[in-house]
Design a protein. Structure first.
Length: 198
């Protein structure tokens, strides 16, 4: 479980969290790039998606706009308040207060598990991945957006591929160096791993 200090830290980030181009997806070009990146890898809607560490719900709502049924999980109450404010009365998205490390979701209930910049922060990434795989229906897909940033935080692509491979699943790597995903040029190792069942 997250500590009180961790929760306070992310609560404090919530109000400004959507300001970076890749967080709020307010720039139409950045939003379209993420939309296409995900849709190219997802099964047909209305597949069920678990968005773990969903923050302010940007990706959850992006996918709901395309017809997916999405459950977003985050341990920050303030992040989820922001997500709920965007949601309104839509029935196709549900936000749940909980820890992505041990998601309070039903096992075997999802066609897709989506995590963006979450795996690197887990206490034990291998345990987290095992739990996330357990959320998937047979044949389900896991999508992991991760990176090793210029401050040396995060996971290298090699590390993430190895972690996914240890679960017995494939790990198809695509690097995300194009500035269109971030609204600026980057020097980091950023990527998405698509992991269908073998």
């Amino acid at each position: 479980m997250p500590t009180d200090a961790e929760i306070r830290t992310w609560d404090a980030e919530a109000d400004a969290f959507d300001e970076p181009a890749d967080h709020g997806l307010l720039d139409p070009a950045v939003r379209q790039a993420w939309r296409q990146l995900l849709l190219d890898r997802l099964p047909q809607a209305p597949a069920a998606v678990a968005d773990l560490g969903c923050g302010t719900g940007t990706l959850s709502l992006l996918l709901a706009d395309e017809g997916y049924q999405v459950d977003g999980v985050d341990f920050s109450p303030r992040m989820l308040e922001r997500a709920e404010a965007k949601l309104g009365d839509r029935p196709d998205v549900r936000f749940v207060l909980g820890d992505a490390y041990q998601p309070p979701l039903a096992a075997g209930a999802y066609d897709v598990v989506l995590c963006r910049h979450v795996l690197w922060a887990m206490p034990d990434p291998s345990i987290a991945l095992t739990r996330w795989v357990g959320l998937l229906k047979p044949g389900g897909i896991m999508l992991l957006v991760e990176g090793r940033w210029s401050n040396d935080a995060g996971l290298s692509s090699d590390q993430s591929v190895s972690l996914v491979g240890a679960t017995g699943r494939t790990a198809d790597l695509t690097r995300l160096a194009d500035p269109v995903y971030w609204g600026r040029s980057i020097q980091d190792d950023r990527y998405i791993i698509t992991s269908p069942a073998r």
